[in-house]
Design a protein around this ligand. Sequence first.
Ligand code: FAD
Length: 432
Amino acid sequence: AGNSRNYDYIILGGGNAAGYAARQFVEKHGVAPHSLAIVSAEAVAPYERPALSKAFLAPESPARLPGFHTCVGAGGERQLPEWYEKHGVDLLLSTEIVRADVKQKTLTARDGQQMQYDKLMVAVGSGVVRLSDFGTPGAELGGIHYLREVADAERLYAAMKEAENQEAVVIGGGYIGMECAAALANNRLKVTMVFPEEHMMPRLFTPAIAQHYEKAYRDRGIKFVKGKLAQSLSDADGNGRVTHVHLKDGTVLPARLVVVGVGARPRSELFKDSLEQEMGGIKVNAQLQTSDPSVYCVGDMAAFPLKMYGNRMTRVEHVGHARESAMHAADVMAGARHDAYDYLPFFYSRVFNFSWKFWGDTPKDAKTIVAGTMDPKLAAVWIDQDSKVVGTFIESGTEAEEKKLKALARHPHKVDATAVEAAAAKGGVAGL
Ligand code: FAD
């Protein structure tokens, strides 16, 4: 009615999850033309976000859209805008929703247009944490980069090309920091990484794994300043562009360009008073349904029960979960399945010529065993207090090795830790 459009299904957000959800609705459930809409603040159709810190920043023939629209990242079809048109999926781009009313089942965009849904899939993802969020002096200067959307990656790429052979500082030692530092070095910048922890990727890497990668980084000229916090940024010449990063201990690092990767935060504003929240995101049950039965939530935003770990609640900011939860929720919304979402945590990254994968869990009290160090290959298993292998990691594994490690994490069973160590000493994961 009026300027309000009615849909059976609306996917709110046009990111990684949205592309996979749309495919599932179209291919598995054959939705009627114009009964499904994707509403996205972004100007482009859903794409594989991880590419932004990898192939997009490559020095030679970097990836550009439309090359990495979903679902190419998982070996699927590349869904161009024409794909959505052909299948009657309304792709409402550059449309930021500013109000959601779950009682009336309406969404209102910034420009006033309204949409009505029967069922809603919330897939708004997360936004970057900025230095200004901490009130860091100098956070507003030019030359400071964050990475979440295509426009960010384009700006970073252009800045990187201008800053060849000059100093860059990467703030943050997580995967964004790691991948961006590698990209900057590949593009011939002189890179220093600064982070407050003892080693890179502290949430996942053991000291031994971190050492392996840090050596590779040093070999490629990247410097580390560990255990230190960036306190402020300044422009020595007063022209509004960053020139230096000041650390808490008084160290001053010159920087023509700064990349900040200090974390992401779920975009919870729209539903914070209408849907139950948990762990900073929207709480869902085993079917990915929120506290409102017509609303589902997937991807970075969803706080969901991990079936294989006794339904412990978690929130995961990884693309594997975005894809799988989106497809599962589409099935549930279409009435085609009722079973529980059963996710095996999975994370991967690619830097330089390295490519690592991790499956499972890293309990705090795990007895970690590094199972093989075949340079450049590295594998690790996390063994819990019950002597069960619960987490597995491999650097540049073969298909067979990866399959094996994934299965180990998927079906935790008791192992003889001494035997695992002995196998490791002989050089690999084959002994597991
Ligand atoms: P997103 O892909 O973030 O999509 C959210 C969408 O919602 C966006 O289109 C956004 O514009 C839209 N939106 C938000 N608010 C509104 C609103 N109010 N109205 C309309 N639209 C809105 N994961 C890995 O596992 N491995 C990796 O190597 C990896 N690399 C990454 C590299 C980068 C640079 C980044 C940023 C992330 C990376 N990730 C990686 C994480 C992965 O990309 C995310 O977990 C995944 O994109 C989450 O999917 P999503 O659909 O939940 O959210």
